[in-house]
Design a protein around this ligand. Structure first.
Ligand code: F3S
Length: 742
C-alpha cells in the first residue's frame, strides 16, 4: 500500500547523495568498468582518499576485497545508552564544539521488562537517572539527537528515521546492520571507532569479501523473513560470515517488505558478518512514504536501478561473489533455532523429533515477541491475526506472553489499529519500547529459579546462556513472531501449528489458519507521544555536561599520559596469563556493566578471570617481594609507583565480544604492552586505539622464557612505530630474582 504520513513530521534525514556520487565517479575513474557489488559501491564511495585506499596493497585495484585497507568517512553514527557512555566520554577528550557527522543516542538497553511499560519505564528511568541525564546533556551540547528512554530501540528508530539507500553509518551495537534492510551499509563498532567518525578521522576497515545470497520465489503461509535468516544461520554457523558482507539479490528481494529485509540484516550479526545489505527495491518505497520520507524517494530517483548514469543502488549485472548461497523462498519452511546458539537450526517439521532426541523441555514458560529484530507492523499484525483466531475459538495463551514494540512510532500505530488491545485482552503484557528481556533485563515473575532448567520461545536474535533472564539453564529458542505466538497457545515445544490442533472444551479441535497481516498501516505511522521525540541536532555550547564528581557510575576521562620519544624501558611483567583470555576475562560483564561510564571503577575488574601461568591461580598476582594481591590491586599499586607494565599471554588474546573496555582498562592502569602468542583481530585494533602496544612472539616458544616480574626493555619499537607500525621488535628481558635472575 502507498501509505501517507498521518501527522507532520521532522524533516527527513536525506543522505549527502551528491557527495557520495561524486566519490563514486572517482571510484569509477580508477576501477573503470570493473563489476562491483552493491556493498563495494557504497563502501568505496565513502573513502577518504579513493586512490590511496584502492591502489595500496592491491594489484592496480584488481583484488581489493580482503586486501585493501579502507579508510572510510561514514555519514552518521548511532549509539545506544550502554555503549554511548564511553563513546561520549572519549569524544569529550577531543574538545570539539560538535560532532563532525550527524549522530544520535538511543536509551534502550537499561530498561527492564517485568510488569509492563507503565511501571517498568518510570522505575528504570529512576534507577539510571544520572546516566540518562549525562547522555542528554552531552547530546544537547554537541548537537547529537537524544532519543529518551521509552522512545524506542536503537535499530528500529534508525530504520524509521535515519537509514536510507546508499547511506554508510556506524553504530555502537552489534545489530546495527538492521539498517541494511533499507539499503544502507551499517556496521556495528566499539565506542572508540564511533569517535573516529565523530571527530572526522577516517575509520579503517579491511575491505570485506562479499557473500551473495540469491533469493528466489516468494514467501507464503507461515514462512516469514525471520525464517530466511534462521535457515541461513544454520547453513553458515556463527563464524561463517566473518570478514564478509552479506549481500542479498535476486528476484525474491522484490517480494519482501522493507521491515522484513531489516529483520534478515539484523541477524546477519549472528553469523559474524561485517554487515548485511539489500539493494534499493520495491518494498522500500511505501515504507519510506509511511515513515514520512518522501524526500529520500525523490533523491534516489536517477541513482537507483535502471539509471544509466549511476546504477548506484544495486550490484552490477554479473558481479562475482566470493561465496554464493541460493534460497528459494517458495519452499522455505519456518525454522526454530537454539537452544544456546543461534545457528542450531531445525525446520519446524523436524522440531518435535529434535525435542525428543535432545531431551529439551516439552513445555515452555514464556513466548516473547518484538525487539529490534521483529517488531514491525507486519510482524505484529500477523501475530494479531493468530491471537484473533484463537480468541474466536475461546483460547488463551498457555504460556506467559510478552510483546516488546520496537519504537514509540510502532507502539502508537499498533494502539491505533487495536493490535495491542487484542494482545492485552488475550493476557499478553506489553513491555516498554526498549530492549528489556533481550539483554538480560527481564525480571521473571513466573517462579522459575536461577539454575532451573526450562525453555522459552522468542522472536529475538540472540540466545546465549543467560541472555534473557540471567539464568544459564534457560533454553531460549528463536523463531518468527508468528510461530512464537501460535505455539504460546499450546505451551508445548513439540506443537506444530501447521499440522497440529489444540483440543477445545467442546471436544472439537482448533487448528490455526496461516497468519495474515499488513506490511504497513493504511494511513501511515502515528508519531505517538511527542515527549519521545529526539532533542535538536543543533549544538548548544552553553549546555553543561552533567557528571556528578561523586558519581560511582560516571567519571570524566582524563587524557592518557602520552608516551615519550624513544624505547619503552623498565617495563615489568604484571601477569603471565595461561590459556584462553577473552575480553570477558579481561573486563567481566554482569554487575560490572553498571560501571561502563566510570573507568576507574570498572578497571577494578581488570583481568580478574585470568589464570596465573606460574601458579594456576585465578586473579592472584605476585609482586617482586612475594606479596600477593588481586591483579587490579597490583596494577593500581604499580601505577601509583609509576611502574609501567606488560602482560604476557597465549593465543588469540582478546577473543570474544569487541568490548573496548578490555583495552581501555589496562591503559588506564599503566599497561603499555600486551605480549602474546597471537591476538584476536578486533581486540588488537582496540589496543592500538587506546595506545597499548600489541606485540606477538616471533617464536611462540619464547612464552616459556618470560615470567611475572621480569623487567623488559624494547629495542627497535620506536623505529617500527615511526615507519608505519609493523616490524620486528626485540625485547631485552632481565629475569626477576624469584625466577633465578638478579
Ligand atoms: Fe536491544 Fe536486543 Fe536489539 S539488546 S538492540 S533488542 S538485540
Amino acid at each position: 500500500p502507498a501509505a501517507t504520513p498521518s501527522a507532520p513530521r521532522r524533516r527527513a534525514a536525506v543522505p549527502p547523495y551528491k557527495k557520495i556520487l561524486d566519490k563514486f565517479e572517482d571510484v569509477r575513474s580508477i576501477l573503470g568498468t570493473q563489476k562491483l557489488s552493491l556493498a563495494e559501491k557504497i563502501l568505496y564511495s565513502h573513502l577518504d582518499n579513493v586512490e590511496d585506499s584502492l591502489l595500496t596493497n592491491t594489484s592496480n585495484g584488481k583484488n581489493i576485497r580482503g586486501n585493501a585497507n579502507l579508510k572510510l568517512k561514514p555519514d552518521r553514527v548511532a549509539m545506544q545508552d550502554a555503549s554511548a557512555q564511553m563513546a561520549i566520554l572519549q569524544f569529550m577528550t577531543c574538545n570539539l564544539p560538535s560532532t563532525a557527522v550527524p549522530a544520535s543516542i538511543h536509551c534502550d538497553h537499561m530498561i527492564v521488562g517485568e510488569k509492563g511499560a507503565d511501571t517498568d519505564l518510570p522505575n528504570s528511568i529512576a534507577g539510571n537517572k544520572e546516566v540518562f541525564d549525562f547522555l542528554e546533556s552531552a547530546a544537547k551540547r554537541y548537537g547529537i539527537e537524544f532519543w529518551p528512554p521509552g522512545a524506542g530501540i536503537i535499530h528500529q528508530s534508525v530504520l524509521e528515521n535515519y537509514s536510507a539507500p546508499g547511506l554508510m553509518m556506524l553504530g555502537t551495537d552489534s545489530h546495527t546492520p538492521n539498517a541494511g534492510g533499507l539499503g544502507a551499509i551499517a556496521i556495528g563498532v566499539g565506542g572508540a571507532d564511533a569517535v573516529d567518525a565523530l571527530v572526522d578521522a577516517p575509520w579503517e576497515l579491511k575491505a570485506p569479501k562479499v557473500l551473495g545470497v540469491r533469493l528466489e520465489g516468494k514467501l507464503s503461509g507461515w514462512a516469514s523473513p525471520k525464517d530466511v535468516i534462521l535457515h541461513l544461520a544454520g547453513k553458515l554457523t556463527v563464524r561463517g560470515g566473518t570478514g564478509l558482507v552479506i549481500e542479498y539479490h535476486g528476484p525474491g528481494v522484490e517480494t519482501l517488505s522493507a521491515t522484513g529485509m531489516a529483520t534478515i540484516c539484523n541477524m546477519g550479526a549472528e553469523v559474524g558478518a561485517t554487515t548485511s545489505i539489500f539493494p534499493f527495491s520495491k518494498g522500500h518505497v511505501p515504507y519510506l512514504n509511511a515513515t514520512g520520507r518522501t524526500a529520500i524517494i525523490d533523491a534516489v530517483q536517477g541513482i537507483a536501478y535502471g539509471s544509466e548514469k549511476h546504477n548506484f543502488l544495486v550490484a552490477d549485472e554479473g558481479t562475482e561473489y566470493d561465496e554464493l548461497v541460493t534460497i528459494d523462498l517458495s519452499t522455505l519452511e519456518p525454522h526454530i533455532n537454539g537452544p544456546f546458539t543461534p545457528d542450531l537450526s531445525t525446520p519446524l517439521s523436524k522440531f518435535k523429533d529434535a525435542v525428543e532426541i535432545n531431551k529439551w523441555p516439552d513445555t515452555f514458560g514464556a513466548g516473547l515477541i518484538g525487539s529490534c529484530t521483529n517488531s514491525s507492523f507486519e510482524d505484529m499484525t500477523r501475530a494479531e491475526d493468530l491471537v484473533k483466531q484463537a480468541h474466536a475459538a475461546g483460547l488463551k495463551p498457555k504460556s506467559d506472553f510478552f510483546i516488546t514494540p520496537g519504537s514509540e512510532q510502532v507502539r502508537a500505530t499498533l494502539e491505533d489499529s487495536n493490535t495491542l488491545q487484542t494482545f492485552a485482552a488475550a493476557g499478553g503484557t506489553v513491555l516498554a519500547n526498549a530492549c528489556g528481556p533481550c539483554i538480560g533485563q527481564w525480571k521473571r515473575t513466573d517462579g522459575v529459579q536461577k539454575g532451573e532448567e526450562n525453555a522459552i520461545l522468542c522472536s529475538y536474535n540472540r540466545n546465549f546462556p543467560g541472555r534473557n533472564d540471567g539464568n544459564p539453564k534457560t533454553m531460549s529458542f528463536l523463531a518468527s513472531p508468528e510461530l512464537v505466538t501460535a505455539m504460546s497457545y499450546s505451551g508445548s515445544t513439540s506443537f506444530n501449528p501447521i499440522t497440529d490442533s489444540i483440543p477445545l472444551p467442546s471436544g472439537e479441535a482448533f487448528r490455526f489458519e496461516p497468519p495474515k497481516g499488513n506490511a504497513l498501516p493504511g494511513s501511515g505511522f502515528s508519531i505517538g507521544n511527542p515527549d519521545f521525540l529526539p532533542t535538536s541536532a543543533k549544538p548548544d555550547s552553553s549546555m553543561q555536561v552533567v557528571v556528578d564528581p561523586e558519581s560511582d557510575r560516571l567519571a570524566i576521562l582524563e587524557p592518557f599520559e602520552p608516551y615519550g620519544e624513544g624505547e619503552l624501558k623498565d617495563l615489568r611483567v604484571l601477569y603471565k596469563v595461561k590459556g584462553q583470555c577473552t575480553t570477558d576475562t579481561i573486563s567481566a560483564a554482569g554487575p560490572w556493566l553498571k560501571y561502563k561510564g566510570h573507568l576507574p571503577n570498572i578497571a577494578e575488574n581488570t583481568l580478574i578471570g585470568a589464570i596465573n601461568a606460574e601458579t594456576g591461580e585465578t586473579n592472584v598476582a605476585y609482586d617482586s617481594d612475594g606479596s600477593k594481591s588481586s591483579i587490579p590491586d597490583l596494577a593500581k599499586k604499580w601505577k601509583s609507583q609509576n611502574q609501567s607494565w606488560l602482560v604476557v599471554a597465549e593465543d588469540n588474546y582478546g577473543e570474544g565480544s569487541a568490548r573496548e573496555h578490555a583495552a581501555l582498562q589496562p591503559r588506564y592502569l599503566g599497561g603499555k604492552v600486551i605480549l602474546s602468542k597471537s591476538f584476536a583481530r578486533i581486540h588488537e585494533t582496540n589496543l592500538k586505539k587506546q595506545g597499548v602496544v600489541p606485540l606477538t612472539f616471533a617464536d611462540k616458544a619464547d612464552y616459556d622464557r618470560i615470567s611475572a616480574n621480569d623487567s623488559v626493555e624494547t629495542v627497535g619499537l620506536y623505529d617500527v612505530l615511526q615507519s608505519g607500525g609493523q616490524g620486528e621488535v626485540r625485547l631485552k628481558v632481565r629475569k626477576a630474582k624469584r625466577w633465578g635472575g638478579v
